[in-house]
Design a protein around this ligand. Structure first.
Ligand code: NAD
Length: 349
């Protein structure tokens, strides 16, 4: 076996973000370091904290570092509602062309919900649609947002979803759309999915009008496999699906581009609990597991996953945070996980 300490380090950009970001990102970083995989963390700022320090929510240095090193672990960044600055998250995905958001949502043994056997993956178009950020006032009292949809981006995300399905032994890709109303924009998204499906006869294809899709998801999420969604629908359905498996504390994500990948939880900066030491760091830790897999460090990824799976399956409230029915703080959960990964401490197997 190769000694992970002697291997060339992976350079990974670390963006703590706002609110609970620094707390959960620190937990993810500690979990990865506990495996012994040699990562050189290169910290950069983004979000409201960056605006305070550098006068910009998304400093050029941060973007340049992600471009240079090709991979980042990112905490959530807050965006003011109504006025104020543009979303850092949307801007970063557009600037780095991180066109596919990949969000696995699964039932976790030991986390009680209304559903069993949820095992789906959201593939969200990440660069255009209503999140293009083009809004203006037509005349006082009338405002307009442009939903930009291009054939190129639709084909690219559909291709990603079907390829993902094939590579991960998934059986079906389902598109949610509103092409009955938005005939051109959602129509193009749907038609592109149909066209790409022709090259993937081994994968089943389904399409549902999104309102019906939401009802079906809540009724029986186990019937869904890969969900292919545009930017806005993907954002909303991600939180809905998180609610099926225990909440935002347990759903990780990756933003994938041609040359760059940024790993981040689905959840936001959670200002209501920031600084209280009660945030669930699992979503960030799971995003770190996705990052390790992306780097080819599959054994380390498995070690972290096995450690938290055992902790959750134990049902011990001291080994889970409040949002999923436990009593652990962010810190005590992270320490218990760290001990288990390193197999030296009181919670080790
Ligand atoms: P949120 O995801 O931050 O929080 C929603 C609810 O879930 C809150 O009650 C929160 O306490 C809870 N929650 C979220 N993560 C949790 C965790 N790890 N552990 C325990 N509970 C958790 O959504 P919001 O409150 O609507 O948004 C807050 C800010 O985050 C906004 O400024 C929004 O724009 C931003 N945001 C950023 C991202 C991102 O950076 N990718 C994603 C979503 C929202």
């Amino acid at each position: 076996m190769t000694d992970p300490h002697s291997a060339r380090p992976h350079a990974v950009v670390l963006i703590p973000g706002d609110g609970i970001g620094p707390e959960v990102i620190d937990a993810a970083r500690r979990s990865i370091d506990a495996t012994g995989v040699h990562v050189r963390w290169i910290e950069h700022a983004a979000g409201a904290n960056a605006a305070e320090k550098f006068g910009k929510t998304l400093p050029d240095d941060t973007l340049d570092a992600v471009r240079k090193h090709g991979v980042a672990l990112k905490g959530p960044c807050g965006t003011p509602i109504g006025g104020g600055h543009k979303s850092v998250n949307v801007a970063m995905r557009q600037a780095l062309n991180l066109y596919a958001a990949v969000r696995p949502v699964r039932t976790i043994d030991g986390i009680k919900t209304r559903y069993d056997n949820v095992e789906l993956v959201i593939v969200r178009e990440n660069t255009e649609g209503l999140y293009s950020g083009i809004e203006h006032e037509v005349v006082p009292g009338v405002v307009e947002a442009l939903k930009i949809v291009t054939e190129k981006a639709c084909l690219r995300i559909a291709e990603y979803a079907f390829r993902y399905a094939r590579e991960h032994q998934r059986k079906k890709v389902t598109v949610f759309h509103k092409a009955n109303i938005m005939k051109m924009t959602d129509g193009l998204f749907l038609n592109c999915a149909h066209a790409v499906h022709e090259h993937y006869p081994d994968i089943e294809f389904g399409a549902l009008i999104i309102d019906n899709g939401c009802m079906q998801l809540v009724k029986d999420p186990s019937r869904f496999d890969v969900l292919l969604l545009d930017n806005l629908y993907g954002d909303i359905i991600s939180d809905l699906c998180a609610g099926l498996v225990g909440g935002l504390g347990v759903v990780p994500g990756a933003n994938i581009g041609a040359e760059v990948a940024v790993f981040e939880s689905v959840h936001g900066s959670a200002p209501d609990i920031a600084g209280k030491g009660i945030a669930n760091p699992l979503a960030a830790i799971m995003s770190g597991v996705m990052l390790l897999n992306y780097l080819g460090e599959t054994k380390a990824a498995e070690r972290i996953k096995a450690a938290y799976n055992v902790m959750l399956a134990s049902g011990d409230p001291a080994l889970r945070t409040k949002d999923i029915g436990g009593t652990a703080s962010t810190g005590s959960f992270t320490q218990a996980l760290f001990d288990r990964i390193t197999k030296g401490g009181p919670h080790a197997a």
